[in-house]
Design a protein around this ligand. Structure first.
Ligand code: XIL
Length: 344
């Protein structure tokens, strides 16, 4: 009986609206988010459970239990799955960090992609084949894959994925690739894949931004430049932090002293109206920009359903109170939600 239209309805003609799903949500142990997911979204990305550490915890021993549950959940609720992610330097199984032989790394690249992407071909809509292969200056990140196999591991990963998953869309995904130097690196990488005659269907700009500087101008240029490569453009992990982004504190805990906490975690007691409205305006402007390019953009995915479960409460500092999404800790739509709906 709620007369407010849903995100997925409002943007149906423009692009798919998605959300990340955590384990609780996949196992339907989160009734609050459980109502919102099928009502508001038409696409889902597993936040963690399809990462290599979880799917292949020991070499050649796979655990598909949760990934299969996700696929079943998505089927029940008519949601498209963007699977995330095959090849990434982070959340790798422990043995990968100790792997010293080139042949073994090559074997892992081949077997992991073939087994996992093969199993879910026809069951998931798309894969983030390679995640975060670039440095901020556009050069290749020194991951275990890059170190052992060279820069071409990205082309190889897509080649193997194309073989294993002919019915699945294949994407490159990264953060800050809207920024000029990193964007140039991403464009070069995509062109290299295309020049090798290997299929790449789209690029995902993660979209972890901060309310004080949403890079509108670079976002617009990125949509234009990436889409001119003939591929889909997506925003795949959208959230807008309202907290300070301190440097060199990854993994730090807030409970050091009161003055530090106050500075680093200013909204523990609630979000002031001024900030609530600033977030809403930021989201509104962003969606107005996205709509200008609705032919180029195929999907916008939020990195979580509600503020209470956002990873930004624990990153880069643990234990903060952040408010980056459209639904609050009681699963109620925030002013930002209504602004986004209005824009649509
Ligand atoms: C994050 C998850 O949200 C966290 O739960 C996990 O602890 C770490 O990873 N870029 C990505 C995502 O591509 O996979 C990351 O997800 C966030 C940054």
């Amino acid at each position: 009986t709620d007369p407010t239209p849903s995100l997925k309805e409002v943007f149906k003609k423009d692009f798919a609206i998605g959300t990340a799903l955590n384990t609780q949500q996949i196992e339907e142990k989160d009734p609050g988010a459980g109502l919102l997911i099928p009502a508001q979204f038409e696409a889902v990305t597993p936040e963690n459970i399809m990462k290599a550490a979880l799917l292949q915890p020991e070499w050649n021993r796979y655990n598909f239990e949760l990934a299969d549950k996700l696929v079943a959940y998505a089927e029940r609720h008519h949601l498209k799955v963007n699977a995330h992610t095959l090849i990434w330097h982070s959340q790798l199984p422990r043995y990968m960090y100790r792997m010293s032989s080139t042949d073994s790394v090559r074997q892992f690249l081949h077997d992991h992609i073939t087994t996992v992407a093969g199993r879910y071909d026809g069951k998931v809509y798309s894969w983030d084949v390679v995640n975060e292969a670039l440095n901020e200056d556009g050069t290749m990140r020194k991951s275990v894959f890059q170190q052992k196999l060279g820069d071409d591991f990205v082309v190889e990963a897509f080649r193997i994925a194309q073989q294993a998953a002919p019915h699945t869309k294949l994407y490159y995904n990264d953060y800050n690739i809207e920024q000029p130097a990193k964007r140039a690196g991403a464009i070069a990488l995509i062109k290299k894949i295309q020049a090798a005659g290997v299929r790449i269907d789209g690029v995902g700009i993660q979209g972890h931004w901060s309310v004080d500087h949403i890079p509108f101008e670079q976002i617009e240029k990125s949509i234009q430049e990436f889409s001119s490569l003939g591929i889909e453009v997506m925003f795949t992990e959208l959230d807008i932090s309202v907290l300070p982004a301190p440097k060199n504190v990854v993994g730090a805990d807030i409970s050091q002293n009161a003055a530090y906490n106050e500075k680093i975690n200013p909204y523990a007691g609630g979000l002031p109206d001024s900030m609530q409205n600033k977030l809403a305006s930021g989201y509104e402007a962003l969606f107005r920009l996205f709509l200008k390019y609705d032919k180029q953009i195929s999907r916008i995915t939020f990195w979580g359903v509600d503020d209470g479960q956002s990873w930004l409460n624990d990153w880069p500092v643990r234990g903060r109170t952040n408010y980056p999404l459209l639904f609050d800790r009681q699963f109620k739509p925030k002013p930002a939600f209504y602004k986004v709906i209005e824009a649509g």
